[in-house]
Write a protein that binds this ligand. Structure first.
Ligand code: MCA
Ligand code: AMP
Length: 481
């Protein structure tokens, strides 16, 4: 039987998934996913139209049971990015809900409808080899188009089990979240996590503080979110008694994907008496560290390495820094069973990402006396974290340059209380007297790439500051630092 989902062996009538009115028990999930797994067995890869619905969960579980790697697609992806992902991952079919409207970029692919029911037959056992790829998740880099991260069954199982140990996560837990299902946070932790434990997921469909209050207040035990969601919860807590009670009553509140500012930690703790637990991960590594429940939150501190994860800091000279003084900085490198298997079709990028068998995260940190890891920055200034999404400046610059009214473009991240960082586009128009409207440029990027990659601010310049080599000096742009 499936190594990833023991709860689908002789599945019970315990609840597995709840997405609004769509509720599936383990027995129902086993039937729906089992029937779909039978249909797609033998495929090379399948794309999954990853709407925030039960059908996405069924489709991904089916692919995993069939041993067919799933490529989750952001249903808001723009034309250019979608063409890239499909061209790069070459799926044999796309799995989507029967009612979903798919864009023309997917018209050439056979479409398989994901149903929430299926005949009462035992689901297939899943692949024997744990190195079988489970997922291909696309992630932005500093330059170029997003890369496909190959995640094996081994990595998924190892990371989820390490989290279970750190958080005492069991079948009794009811996880509540509203994360998108095309990234590691929402899909691996947020869907495969509870299913591996045999517990329940309640997905809100879209984030709202009222939804959190309702589901967490009605038996939810765990809440997962990105800092933007916790910021919005913190904003809403004053005067919202049901929300205060819901957060106060949860077993664990977990934040990740970006740093949760101390101010938001404090506001939540003051209002609810609860501390938010931060964990640190990456698409390529799944989860690396977590604060252990009950520990005092400190800004930037993301806890200690999870079971099985080895972590070291390496300085600019390539020396390993073993100091635990809270001061000596180095790049975080990790190794362990949680690591990805490589970037799809990019052996050179894969090789460049490793220092021997250590993965270079690009995150810069110090170790505290107690071994805790405190993130202090990133090596690449051209990576922006906005709303918990990682966005490469280069891909937005390229999209802006494709607009006929743009001569030059540079993209930076600026501190934002809600999003962590907001994307700022610096644009030199082709015709300074008739620059393209900001809204036009914003829509242009949203349509080509994805709405979350759109600039939130557009600033016009006569020229970009450049050094003698002609390279744009982003630090010299007027108000960024
Ligand atoms: C706005 N919209 C547009 C445009 N402007 N659509 C087309 N063109 C435009 N110009 C639409 C959006 O699609 C969206 O629609 C709505 O308007 C609002 O968009 P936006 O303002 O961007 O959303 P938001 O409310 O600010 O979203 C905040 C959020 C979101 C909910 C926190 O940022 C989010 O879900 N973040 C999660 C990121 C995440 O999961 N990261 C994990 C990767 P509509 O409202 O209909 O949707 S990191 C990871 O996986 C690692 C391993 C880790 O450590 O976790
Ligand atoms: P992604 O590449 O989208 O998977 O995002 C991974 C990156 O998110 C990491 O390399 C970190 O820079 C950042 N990240 C994830 N969790 C945290 C956290 N708890 N605190 C600060 N940064 C985080």
């Amino acid at each position: 039987m499936s190594a990833l989902f023991p709860a689908l062996t002789n599945p019970s009538d315990r609840p597995a998934l709840r997405f609004g009115p769509d509720v599936l028990t383990y027995a129902e999930l086993g039937r729906a996913a089992g029937a779909l797994a039978d249909r797609i067995g033998g495929a090379g890869r399948v794309a999954v139209w990853a709407t925030p619905t039960a059908r996405t969960a069924v489709a991904v579980v089916a692919a995993l049971l069939a041993g067919v790697p799933a490529v989750p697609l952001n249903p808001r992806t723009g034309a250019r990015e979608l063409a890239h992902v499909i061209g790069d991952s070459t799926p044999d079919a796309v799995l989507a809900g029967p009612e979903d409207e798919l864009p023309v970029a997917l018209a050439g692919l056979p479409r398989i409808a994901v149903e929430l029911t299926g005949p009462a037959v035992a689901p297939p056992p899943g692949p024997v080899d744990p190195e079988t790829p489970a997922l291909v998740v696309y992630t932005s880099g500093t330059t170029g188009a997003p890369k496909g991260v190959l995640l094996s069954h081994r990595a998924v199982a190892a990371s989820l089990d390490a989290l279970a140990e750190a958080w005492s996560w069991t079948a009794d837990d009811v996880l509540v979240h509203a994360l998108p299902l095309f990234h590691v946070h929402g899909l691996v932790l947020g869907v495969l996590g509870p299913l591996r434990r045999g517990g329940e997921l309640r997905h809100l469909g879209a984030f709202s503080t009222a939804g959190v209050a309702r589901e967490l207040g009605d038996g939810g035990t765990l809440l997962f979110g990105v800092p933007t969601m916790y910021h919005r919860l913190a904003d809403a807590l004053a005067g919202d008694e049901p929300l205060v009670r819901a957060l106060a009553g949860a077993r664990l509140l977990v934040s990740g994907s970006a740093a949760l500012p101390l101010h938001d930690h404090e506001r939540i703790t003051t209002a609810t008496g609860r501390t938010v637990v931060e964990r640190y991960g990456m698409t390529e590594t799944l989860m690396n560290t977590s604060v252990l429940p009950g520990a005092e939150p400190r800004p930037g501190t993301v806890g200690v390495p999870l079971a099985g994860v080895e972590l070291r800091l390496v300085d600019e000279d390539g020396s390993v820094r073993a100091e635990r003084d809270g001061e000596t900085v180095g790049e975080v490198q990790v190794r362990g069973p949680n690591l990805f298997s490589g970037y799809l079709n990019r052996p050179e990028a894969t090789a460049a990402a490793f220092d021997g068998d250590w993965f270079r995260t690009g995150d810069v940190a110090v170790r505290e006396e107690d071994g805790g890891v405190r993130l202090v920055g990133r090596k690449a200034t051209d990576l922006i974290k906005s709303g918990g999404y990682k966005i490469g400046a280069g891909e937005i610059e390229n999209a802006l340059l494709d607009h006929p009214g743009v001569r030059e473009a540079a993209v930076t991240g600026e501190a934002d209380p809600d999003l962590g960082e907001r994307i700022v586009a610096w644009v030199v128009p082709l015709d300074g007297r008739k620059p393209p409207a900001a809204s036009e440029l914003v829509d242009h990027v949203a349509g080509l790439l994805a709405p979350h990659k759109r600039p939130r601010v557009v600033r016009y310049l006569d020229a970009l500051p450049r050094n003698d080599m002609g390279k744009v000096m982003k630090k010299a742009l007027p108000t960024t630092g």
